[in-house]
Every structure is written in C-alpha cells, then in structure tokens.
Design a protein around this ligand. Structure first.
Ligand SMILES: [Zn+2]
Length: 437
C-alpha cells in the first residue's frame, strides 16, 4: 500500500505545473509541502522546513505518504497554489529563480505562504507606496566599516538618498532612480543580505554596499527600488518599444568621455537623461499574468509591461579577477576585479571599491568587436596562463585568467554581448567611449 501511495504521488509530478518547483522554477522537484499542496525542489524544501507553522515537507521518493496526504496533493498542486498564493503579485516584484541567493528565495516563499502578501495587497505597502525610509548598514568608502545610515526613497523626487547624520538636511548622495541598479551580492559583500546599489555620479559608475539584518526589510527595499524604476519607466517611456526602453533606461546611457579604459574619475558632459522630468506616480498594476509573460510563459495582458519588467534591475553577466595590462601593453599585468554589466566592462582594484578604475564599452561584431581565446604570441608579463584578447575598433585589451574554466566563462559572457546587435542608443554610448580627449 505504501508503495502504491508513493507511486500515486510520483504520478502527480506529471501533471501540468508540477514538473517545476512551485517556488523557484527548478525542473524535476522531488519534494512536496503536504500542507500547502505544492511540489518543490530540495533547496526550497529546506526553506519550507523553517516555517513549520505553514508548511510541512516530505520527500516524494523517500518518505511514506498517507492516503489523505496523497489526496490533498492531488486536489491541489502547483498551478492551483499559484492561482491562490500568487494571485496579486505586483508586476515589478522580483520572482527569484533557482540561481538566486538564499535571501531572495526565502523571502519570496515567506511572502507567499507565511505573510500571504500576494493575496492581500494591503501588505504590499512597504514596497509599493512610492516612499520608503529607514536605516541600512552602509559600507564606508574608505575604511570599509559598515555604519548605520538613513535612506529615503521617493518616487515623487525620482531619487534614493542617504544621509550621514539623522538630523542632516542635505543628503550625502542623491541617486537618480533612472540610473539606479540593485543586485544582491552576499559573497562579495560578506553578508547574506548584502545588496550592491549602482548609480551614476558625474557620469561615472558609483557603487554603494548595504545590508539590513532583517531579511524582509532588505528584500522590501529591493522591491521598492524596482517599483520606483517600474513607475519611472512607465511614465518616461509611455508606449515605448522594448528596444527604446532598454537603451534609454539603463545606466549604460551615460558614459565617460575617453577612449579605451575610461578613468573612473573623469568628468564627462551631462548625460542626455538628466533633463527628463520627474514622473508623477501612475496607477498601481497588480497581476500575476504579466509576470508569466515576462518569464516567457504565455502572453502578458499588456505589451509594454512584460518588456519593462526585465529592465528593473540587472544581475551582472560575470564578475571575478583577471589580469590586465595597459594600452601600451608593456606595463606588466596586474590583477584586478572585473565586473561585466551588460555592455560595460569595469575593473576595480578591490571588489568593494566605490567606483571603477576604468570601463570599456563592448559593442557587437558588426561594429568591429571580437573576443579571442589567447593572447598575441609576443605578450609578456602575465602570471596567469589563460589569455583573452578583446578587439575593439580602437585597440586590443589583453586579459589573463587563472583557470581555463574562468577563461571560458569570461569569453562566454563577452560573446553574449558581442553576438547581440547594438541598439541605436548603444551607438551613442559607444561614441562617448571612442571619443578620446
Ligand atoms: Zn525551488
């Protein structure tokens, strides 16, 4: 009998919706929450285990199943649970995948089942109100110490600000929502809730690193930033096609005016976006269907919304150490931390530096950009054996990786952008990089 019941549960995995984890989308889940009626992956089952008041988990293959539990799973399942627990997910809300950090996956699961935020929209106020203020631990630029700082996000002003003192009238920094990006970087920052926020100051990329001890607070901040960008993009680019928005909305739109590795502190001309007006707040949009469209599962209700959603925040294509040499290629190679942010390759002396030492734009093959395995035969001075040559219309960039797998991963990241045709806006960005003073 026990065997038959287990076989019955296994057969349920074949039903529509049950072949992927209900929470992160990983294929072939073989765990289940028999109180929520969902099939989930091993990793998500570990998170469910921490909220026993709402979820109790079993292995589909290893545990024994009671008749009533099998029936419960049969009458529920992932599609039914999605219709209930995800019925009102705001379109800007970040839905994690299997490759996202533990914090994002845990808070998504808690938001869905424990706090039921997506069945009761009034619980979404912390990230959908258009205004948020609170304290975050912010890494000091010079000493690397985390200090408590007041942050204020206001959609009305189109900015995220932080203050060095509670009673300070003037913010220490004003980060425009239009240029903002946020990405969780727990390993790099050394805290499981570590968030990297990138913005532009004087046309150069700036990083700040923050965290909050409370996981919900941190993810609420993250989604509040996404909501602010979503509302900004909706207003700034009404009816924009995907191509229009992707070029104008990302920080790539403003660049440094020098050739090759643009120096991090070079001041450039004001970016074209700075003249854009601060948008009024549009009506809230809440639907699960749109997100399905954004994830490529079925059509969205509106043409533009699913196209905006992927622009709200970006993860980097790749990060890690490589060795580099200078433009004369006689300077000797130095180990630097590299970040590939869409078409922008930046390098830093330290991964947590506030700004890049240099940046280079990587265009498409049609525009004369190539990525090659290896280094020119005459190259000297590198310690790491696995070379990469990036050819741009101006010059060659010589890089070296410690391992072959790192080299392969970097080449793959570079080819991703080289093989993609450039958008009209990206030609303007490229022009800034090409223009040597
Ligand atoms: Zn999962």
């Amino acid at each position: 009998m026990a065997k038959e019941r287990r076989r019955a549960v296994l057969e349920l995995l074949q039903r529509p919706g049950n072949a992927h984890c209900a929470d992160c989308g990983a294929p072939d889940p073989d765990w289940a929450s028999y109180t929520l009626g969902v099939f989930i992956c091993l990793s998500c089952s570990g998170i469910h285990r921490n909220i026993p008041q709402v979820s109790k988990v079993k292995s589909v293959r290893l545990d024994t199943w009671e008749e009533a539990q099998v029936e419960f799973m049969a009458s529920h399942g992932n599609n039914a649970a999605r219709a209930t627990y995800e019925s009102k997910v705001p379109s800007f809300y970040y839905r994690p995948t299997a490759s996202d950090c533990q914090l994002l996956r845990e808070q998504w699961i808690r938001a869905k089942y424990e706090r039921q935020e997506f069945t009761r929209p009034e619980k979404q106020e912390p990230y959908s109100a258009g205004y948020r203020e609170g304290f975050l631990w912010k890494r000091g630029r010079d000493n690397g110490q985390f200090l408590s700082r007041k942050f204020v996000l206001t959609e009305r002003e189109g900015a995220l600000k932080y203050f060095n003192r509670n009673d300070a009238k003037e913010p220490k920094a004003v980060m425009k929502i239009e240029h903002l990006n946020a990405t969780f970087q727990p390993a790099k920052i050394g805290h499981p809730h570590g968030l990297q926020v990138t913005y532009l100051k004087d046309n150069s990329t700036r990083n700040i690193f923050v965290y909050h001890e409370d996981g919900k607070e941190m993810v609420d901040w993250f989604n509040a930033l996404r909501a602010a960008r979503f509302h900004y993009l909706q207003v700034a680019f009404p009816g924009a096609s995907d191509a229009d928005v992707s070029g104008a909305a990302v920080p790539l739109g403003v660049v440094l005016p020098s050739g090759g590795w643009c120096r991090g502190l070079t001041k450039g001309p004001p970016g074209p976006q700075s003249a854009l007006p601060c948008p009024p707040r549009p009506r809230e949009v809440t639907t699960g269907t749109l997100l399905d469209g954004a994830r490529g599962r079925g059509a969205g209700l509106s043409r533009s919304l699913p196209q905006l959603v992927p622009k709200l925040s970006r993860n980097y294509l790749k990060e890690g150490y490589m060795e580099k040499t200078g433009p004369k290629q006689t300077e000797g190679f130095r180990k630097r931390w590299f970040t590939m942010d869409d078409r922008r390759l930046m390098y830093f002396k330290d991964p947590l530096d506030a700004f890049a030492r240099g940046e280079v734009f990587i265009g498409s093959k049609e525009s004369g950009y190539t990525v090659l395995d290896g280094l020119p035969p005459s190259t000297q001075g590198h310690h790491w054996p696995h070379g990469i040559t990036i050819v741009t219309p101006e010059r060659k960039f010589l890089l070296a990786c410690e391992t072959e797998s790192e080299q392969r991963a970097w080449v793959e990241a570079f080819r991703k952008v080289v093989d993609r045709p450039m958008l009209p806006q990206e030609y303007a960005v490229e022009a800034h990089f090409k223009h040597k003073p």
